[in-house]
Design a protein around this ligand. Sequence first.
Ligand code: HEC
Length: 133
Amino acid sequence: MKPYSFFIMALLLTLILSACGGTPTPAVSFAPVPPEFAGKTSPLGADAADAGALNYATYCESCHGASGLGDGPAAAALNPPAANLLTVASQVEDDYLFWRISEGKMGTAMVGWGSVLNEEQIWQVVAYIRTLK
Ligand code: HEC
């Protein structure tokens, strides 16, 4: 056996063990943000959330609920159900939210809002989602 084989085996074993338990797997995993959206940050200031509230109420609340819990009146019949935005927002960066709101999520009732809301309005909604508790 070559001297470095032990090192490689130890490394593999560590990887296998850590995949089996060790670190807890998050309940939900999120798709990687596509390159054209990755790293985007909001160009808006601190007051953006206030401006986002109205568009959230108009376009999002029916499914995602007033507090973002995914419990809006239109959500009951959806499969998959509307996302709990508090859970999502706690696990992703703004670029992810901006991307999802712009382009939607295939195979779900979440359509892309990029043809309804302009970029500034989407950033305002992102800022509003960040204020939900
Ligand atoms: C017709 C119902 C409906 C409306 C209206 C709606 N959504 Fe969604 N939304 C969903 C569903 C269903 C999902 C997918 C949940 C899943 O994949 O588990 C989703 C997913 C999301 C996600 C991403 C969750 C993930 O897993 O990646 C975000 C962020 C989001 N919505 C924000 C919004 C915002 C902001 C608006 C308003 C501009 C909006 N949604 C309008 C139903 C809706």
